[in-house]
Write a protein that binds this ligand. Structure first.
Ligand SMILES: NC(=O)c1ccc[n+]([C@@H]2O[C@H](COP(=O)([O-])OP(=O)(O)OC[C@H]3O[C@@H](n4cnc5c(N)ncnc54)[C@H](OP(=O)(O)O)[C@@H]3O)[C@@H](O)[C@H]2O)c1
Length: 268
């Protein structure tokens, strides 16, 4: 039997990271050898999560966790620490799976450059949930037929990054199909230009932040006399993200450089 792939999980004590840590514990082909999280540094992860199989120690920084030999680093912290963690993991020779949102396209250009220099792969997934991946695929199909489209994301009031990782990834993918048509150029808008949202990858993107929302993303397509809305709604459980993240961890070594979106490693 092949050796289990060794994983370091940054953000293992967080909402999404804890669910993934439990998923790794249940996967016979994966072994969690390191965890990162500041508040519980020095504690055994299994004691914190009530999962006896998780016998690794929580480290205060990625640099400390990376002292252990490992194959894949999973970044699931916050936008302000994510890029440094990813670059440190690449420098240590690991492949990287990114779940954290909020990294910019410029960040990803740099990450791609470093990953290629190091001959390693980075798989960044704005959303690991299969239903979100399907939403993006359907939206890409629609963009092939319709010229006018915009993206709106909705999230809870405390979400620090805007737009969400899912909305960013959706804009990248729609922008690859075509630039969304603007009949009134942004420079000719009367009133604050921000009212038309941010133009990302050739698509207008709008973010709503308010209590009552978990995370929803909508691609809106307009045709003459008709409208199509393709929407994904997340609930309040982190479970839908686990299977996709496990798949990314298992397949990231088959890629080169930066790749975005879980469907990069999904079979059609
Ligand atoms: N791709 C997807 O499908 C998906 C799904 C869910 C969430 N997300 C994204 O994943 C990220 C995490 O979300 P979450 O809801 O799990 O957040 P969370 O509950 O706040 O967890 C964040 C985790 O990261 C650790 N952390 C934060 N800053 C750190 C730092 N500077 N150094 C070391 N550890 C640090 C936290 O521990 P300490 O605070 O103790 O350090 C905690 O373990 C967000 O960007 C979110 O948007 C993506």
């Amino acid at each position: 039997m092949a050796e289990a792939a060794r994983v370091i999980l940054a953000g293992a004590t967080g909402w999404a990271g804890a669910a993934l840590a439990r998923g790794i514990a249940a996967a016979p082909d994966l072994r969690l050898v390191g965890a990162v999280g500041r508040s519980h540094a020095g504690r055994r992860l299994g004691d914190l999560l009530g999962e006896p199989l998780l016998d690794c120690i929580v480290h205060a920084s990625a640099a400390e966790a990376l002292a252990a030999p490992a194959d894949v680093f999973v970044e699931y912290t916050k936008p302000d620490s994510a890029k440094a963690n990813i670059l440190a993991a690449l420098a240590a020779g690991l492949h990287v799976v990114v779940g954290t949102s909020g990294l910019t396209d410029a960040d990803y250009e740099e990450i791609d450059r470093v990953a290629r220099q190091q001959r390693r792969a980075v798989l960044a997934c704005g959303n690991f949930a299969i239903t979100a991946v399907l939403m993006m695929k359907f939206a890409e199909m629609a963009a092939g037929y319709l010229d006018h489209f915009e993206v709106i994301d909705y999230a809870h009031e405390a979400k620090v990054d805007a737009p969400s990782g899912t909305a960013r990834e959706l804009s990248v993918r729609l922008g690859r199909v075509k630039e969304a048509r603007l009949d009134v150029p942004l420079a000719e808008v009367r009133g604050p230009r921000e009212a038309r949202g941010a133009r990302l990858n050739g698509v207008q993107v709008h973010s709503v932040r308010a209590p009552g929302f978990a995370l929803s993303v909508e691609a809106i397509f307009g045709g003459r006399g008709e409208r199509l809305q393709i929407r994904h709604d997340s609930g309040d459980s982190a479970v839908p993200y686990v299977a996709g993240a496990l798949l990314a961890i298992r397949r990231v070594h088959t890629l080169t450089g930066l790749q975005r979106g879980l469907d990069t490693v999904m079979k059609d």
